[in-house]
Design a binder for this molecule. Structure first.
Ligand SMILES: Cc1cc2nc3c(=O)[nH]c(=O)nc-3n(C[C@H](O)[C@H](O)[C@H](O)COP(=O)(O)O)c2cc1C
Length: 358
């Protein structure tokens, strides 16, 4: 996770001077849909954990700010509720490869019906990652949840959150299916259920299968090598997300940013799209990822911070800050639009910046 953030410090920006940048357009087109800013809120389950309106608030903020929204299959609102909350949004739906295709098939049909513009399949999560230790320490993996003195004190110090949590309906994983077929699994059961469903046997054949049942844009998330980008494109994917899952899955894997250039090269050769996530915290970070070949970036933690603090307004504020930083960086870089960014906009530094970022 730290390496993701620090990887940006290895690149510096190369400004071009005295370019007329009085008219700037920072929008991008993504599979034929227009985003006013090259950002999507990345798939991340259970957003009601930090705010009672969870995914509804975040997707409304994305729509209002001209960003995209990727709804996780592990969400605490249903895909229909999220579509109704922000009907005019650019929204994608993210699935995992479960051992039972029937459930995924059903969700894919519902996503099409609810107007999701792309299907994203996350393929990097065959085993629980290092975050399981933190989840265990925080009592998130036992039923009922383990509330010790530390977590009780933590909750009491945040009375607004506690009140919201107590006064709103119990948090459930809205799309998850129990062994007995019951839909909507309790927050505390869901990590185990998600893990059980994600069989380690899945291969690229599953991507071909998804290709067969989804006729819109298909994006494979979690790609960290040019070989796997080629595999995804061979199986009919329209794009890949270069991502190490925010460092939450395989500890010691490379930072996403160092995997981006070779993947972008493959995507460009094959006329496909590449998106990027992992450690994006500033407008300059966005510029660097786009200069290295990404069409747009996804963020997760930064919008969760905004969601936790202020619901929809908090997420909008995060997007607004990033948008303003992006705009001023582009202005000083002498680039009018996202299409002006290329490899010549950044430079690998012999001696990386060493200051802490966040
Ligand atoms: C709380 C949380 C939940 C997440 N849940 C999912 C998920 O359900 N599906 C998925 O593909 N990625 C999930 N991710 C990973 C993000 O989509 C993304 O790859 C990563 O967090 C990006 O890095 P960043 O947090 O530094 O922006 C989650 C990340 C966080 C922080």
């Amino acid at each position: 996770m730290r390496a993701n953030e620090e990887a940006f410090l290895h690149y510096s920006l190369r400004p071009r001077l005295l370019v007329d940048v009085s008219e700037r357009d920072l929008g991008v087109s993504v599979f034929g849909q227009r985003l006013r800013t090259p950002i999507l809120l990345g798939p991340s389950g259970m957003q009601r954990l930090v705010h009672p309106e969870g995914e509804l608030a975040a997707s409304r903020a994305a729509a209002a700010c001209g960003a995209g929204y990727v709804l996780s299959v592990g969400a605490s609102h249903t895909l229909e509720q999220v579509a109704a909350a922000a009907p005019d949004s650019v929204r994608w739906f993210q699935v995992y490869l479960w051992d039972t295709r029937r459930w995924t098939e059903d969700l894919v049909r519902r996503a099409r019906g609810a107007g999701y513009g792309a299907l994203c399949v996350t393929v990097d999560s065959k085993a629980p990652g290092p975050r399981k230790y933190r989840d265990m320490r925080n009592g998130l993996t036992t039923i009922p949840p383990k509330v010790d003195a530390r977590s009780a004190l933590d909750a009491l110090r945040r009375p607004r959150w506690l009140l919201g949590y107590l006064l709103s309906p119990p948090i459930r994983a809205a799309h998850l299916v129990e062994d007995d077929g019951k839909v909507g699994i309790s927050l505390f059961k869901s990590p185990a259920v998600i893990q059980r469903r994600m069989g380690p046997a899945a291969t690229w054949d599953e991507v071909s299968w998804l290709r067969g049942i989804w006729d819109g844009p298909l994006v494979v998330k979690g790609v960290m090598s040019s070989e796997d980008a080629n595999n995804a494109f061979d199986r009919g994917a329209d794009g890949v997300i270069c991502s190490n899952h925010g460092g939450r899955i395989l500890d010691s894997v490379a930072p996403s940013l160092s995997a981006l250039p070779p993947i972008a090269e493959v995507a460009a050769k094959r006329g496909k799209e590449v998106f990027f996530d992992g450690g994006v915290r500033t407008g300059a970070d966005i510029v660097k990822a786009l200069a290295l070949g990404a069409r747009a970036v996804l963020i997760a933690r930064p919008f969760w911070w905004g969601l936790a603090v202020g619901g929809q307004a908090g997420v909008s504020e995060v997007l607004d800050i990033l948008g303003k930083e992006l705009d001023s960086t582009m202005t000083m870089l002498g680039r009018r639009c996202i299409g002006d960014l290329d490899r010549a906009s950044v430079e690998v530094m012999a001696h990386p910046f060493s200051h802490p970022k966040s």
